[in-house]
Design a protein around this ligand. Structure first.
Ligand code: SAH
Length: 398
């Protein structure tokens, strides 16, 4: 057993940690030592050596580790993880009972008291994401806890260890019986192909579930829809099912063509009547302006950070300009769905980018609705940074 490490919280941060802040971040400690080993149990104390919380060392881009317990006598053992997972699963009962959705998150990191760890459910399969070596250190406990609490076809995992959260490519099978991929999951009655053993991304981002449904149920009918950064085309499929006259999906990655064809086909839609374009979005915008193409709905869902051949895109620096490109090809009274998963700015700042873009384009707009993370991506009020998803439905006024 490694010895616990004692970290002393600077006095001005003590109240923050006392009132539930979960992230062990550098600036808050007097004696934080880079050499502490991953997975070590850390006791947080005030300057009078009084116990405040305990957590573990697990270095991520976000910080140095996470608080696990505020009870001095609680051991971080098998039972601890069983209790945490049981509580997390309990909160997702409504999802387990759903008849038309069988893909959702059952553990959302610090939102469920387990920073650095997420677990998702896909039609009988479980996918564990380890965000640091530190949390991976507890893998036996966590995998055993999962095995004890749920029935499963198989468990898969993604190691996202290095400080930038990059995925380590290897066989991701953990336990059970290997699946034959894709498995077909359902989301609000729509079929989605999921691959649990093909790299970091599995085919769908579950956090956009409510947004996809809203587009299908309330916006898409009779609309010409442009879906940028479309990946497997999930937004396009929901729009088409909602009665869009046509969807155009644009993504730089070669894989997006086949994956998008697959998603349309799985839902009985003729992909040949949709446009699926493998191209840099920024080139596509230029092309659309030149050809005077316009859309009734434009969906923007860029990664927080992306490097393509020509350019480096950072949501924080470049969202305003991306928005201006979208404004230029959106019909009057049309809708722009602007989404970002960047945790480096909050909703207020995001709205300011949108406002600035419309000002510079000399156009008026109306905010119609906004979305953040769905219920299964549980967050806690003590850590608002955990609420990274921001989606705005914006009407371009004539
Ligand atoms: N909107 C998608 C998820 C987007 S993931 C969904 O709802 O499922 C981000 C995608 O952006 C990736 O598929 C990546 O290939 C693509 N991408 C990154 N930079 C791009 C660029 N400059 N032009 C087009 N696509 C890009």
């Amino acid at each position: 057993m490694k010895k616990d490490v004692i970290l002393t919280i600077k006095s001005k941060f003590v109240n923050k940690y006392k009132s539930g802040y979960p992230l062990i971040s550098k600036e808050a400690f007097i004696n934080l030592n880079e050499a502490t080993e991953e997975g070590t149990i850390i006791r947080l104390v005030d300057e009078k050596n009084k116990f405040i919380a305990k957590g573990y060392c697990g270095k991520q881009n976000k910080g140095y580790g996470w608080v696990l317990s505020r009870n001095e006598n609680e051991q971080i053992d098998q039972r601890f993880f069983v209790n945490k997972l049981r509580a997390a699963i309990h909160v997702r009962e409504p999802f387990f009972n759903s008849l038309d959705t069988n893909a959702f998150r059952i553990v959302n990191g610090e939102g469920d008291g387990l920073g650095g760890l997420t677990i998702e459910y896909f039609a009988g399969y479980y996918l564990i994401n380890w965000y640091s070596k530190g949390i991976y250190h507890f893998r036996e406990y966590i995998i055993n806890a999962l095995k004890e609490l749920v029935e499963f076809k198989a468990i898969y995992q993604k190691k996202r260890f290095d400080v930038s959260g990059k995925y380590i490519d290897e066989d991701d099978f953990v336990a059970g019986e290997r699946g034959t991929f894709p498995i077909i999951v359902k989301e609000n009655g729509v079929n989605i192909a999921v691959y649990l053993n093909e790299g970091a991304m599995v085919g769908v981002f579950l956090d956009q579930r409510d947004v996809r449904k809203r587009i299908r149920d309330a916006y898409a009918e009779k609309k010409k829809v442009l879906n940028t950064f479309s990946y497997t085309g999930a937004f396009s499929v929901f729009a088409a099912l909602g009665g869009a006259v046509k969807t155009t999906s644009v993504d730089l990655a070669n894989r997006s063509l086949n994956k998008t064809i697959e998603q349309f086909s799985l839902n009985g839609l003729d992909y040949a009547s949709q446009d699926i374009i493998v191209e840099d979005v920024f080139n596509y915008f230029k092309y659309a302006v030149k050809k005077q193409l316009t859309f009734d709905m434009v969906i923007l869902d860029p990664p927080s950070f992306a490097r393509s051949k020509r350019i480096v895109f950072s949501a924080e620096k470049d969202y305003k300009n991306l928005m201006k490109e979208a404004i230029a090809i959106t019909e009057d009274e049309g809708i722009i769905v602007a989404s970002t998963n960047s945790s480096s700015f909050n909703m207020a700042k995001f709205k300011s980018f949108i406002d600035q873009a419309f000002r510079e384009a000399n156009r008026k707009y109306q905010l119609v609705e906004e979305f953040s993370l769905p219920k299964d991506f549980k967050i806690i009020k003590e850590f608002p940074e955990g609420s990274y998803l921001k989606v705005l439905f914006i009407k371009k006024l004539s």
